[in-house]
Design a protein around this ligand. Structure first.
Ligand code: LRY
Length: 227
C-alpha cells in the first residue's frame, strides 16, 4: 500500500477552492484557508489552479490533491495529459483528473492519459473523479490509484441529489477495490461520518468548510424562512 494513501485512511480532506469572480479567488487567501484547515485537522488539501497549488505547497506539509479546471462543462477537471503534467509539476502528491468515460479534449482515453502520465511521474498518484459506478470500474481498470465520487450528479449520468447520492456511493464502494474518497455535497460532520460507515477511505469536504458565500446563504435562507 502506498504510504500517502495509507496516511489518508479514515481522515478528512478539505477542498479549498474559490471560483472566477469571487473575492477569495487569490492564491494567498487560499493558502491561508488551507493552513487553517490543516490546523483544524485536515489530513490533506485538495485545491485547484497552478498558482493556488504553488502557494498552498509553500504553506502546508500535508499531501496535496491538485487539479486545474478548464471551463465548467463537459470534461473540465484536469482534462488533458498536459494539464496533468502541469499540476504534478507544482509538487502535488496526488493529481485529480476527470475519471468519467466521456471523450477527453486531447483525444486520449483515461487509460492512455494515466499510462503516459505515470511514465513521467511514477511517484504521483492519480485520483479519478467519477460520476457513476460504471466510471469507477472503468477508472480502476484504467489504472487510477484512488476513486472519487466527485462528479456524481455533475456528469449527466446520475441526478444531482441535494446531499450525497448514497446509492451511487454504495454502488461504487462495492464495485471497486481501490480506496474510494467520498466527495461532493458532504455538508455536515454527521454526513461525513456516514460516508465512513458506508465504506469510504476518506471524505473530502469543500463548500461546507471553505466557501463562506454558500454557507452564509444556508444560514440566511434559514433565518429568512423562519422569520
Ligand atoms: C463538481 C466539481 O466541479 N467539484 C469540484 C471539484 O474539485 C469542487 O467545485 C467541489 O467544491 C469539490 O468537489 C468538493 O465538493 P463540495 O464543495 O460539494 O464539498
Amino acid at each position: 500500500m502506498n504510504a500517502v494513501i495509507q496516511q489518508l485512511k479514515g481522515k478528512l480532506i478539505v477542498s479549498c477552492q474559490a471560483y472566477p469572480g469571487e473575492p477569495m479567488l487569490d492564491p494567498n487567501t487560499m493558502a491561508q484557508v488551507a493552513e487553517s484547515a490543516v490546523r483544524g485537522g485536515a489530513a490533506a488539501i485538495r485545491a485547484k489552479g497552478l498558482a493556488d497549488l504553488r502557494a498552498i505547497r509553500q504553506r502546508v506539509d500535508v499531501p496535496l490533491i491538485g487539479l486545474v479546471k478548464v471551463g465548467d462543462t463537459g470534461v473540465y477537471i484536469t482534462p488533458t495529459l498536459k494539464d496533468c503534467i502541469e499540476v504534478a509539476e507544482t509538487g502535488c502528491e496526488i493529481i485529480a483528473i476527470d475519471g468519467t468515460r466521456r471523450e477527453r479534449p486531447d483525444g486520449r482515453t483515461l487509460a492512455e492519459t494515466i499510462a503516459e502520465f505515470k511514465a513521467q511521474f511514477p511517484e504521483v498518484l492519480v485520483m479519478a473523479d467519477c460520476g457513476s459506478e460504471g466510471d469507477a470500474v472503468a477508472a480502476e481498470q484504467a489504472g487510477a490509484d484512488i476513486i472519487g465520487t466527485t462528479l456524481v450528479g455533475y456528469s449527466g449520468e446520475r441526478p444531482k441529489t441535494t446531499g450525497v447520492d448514497w446509492e451511487a456511493v454504495d454502488q461504487i464502494v462495492a464495485a471497486v477495490e481501490r480506496p474510494v474518497l467520498v466527495e461532493g455535497r458532504v455538508h455536515t460532520p454527521q454526513v461525513a461520518a456516514e460516508a465512513m460507515q458506508r465504506g469510504a477511505w476518506s471524505v473530502v469536504v469543500g463548500t461546507a468548510i471553505t466557501h463562506p458565500a454558500t454557507i452564509t446563504g444556508w444560514f440566511a435562507d434559514a433565518v429568512h424562512n423562519a422569520g
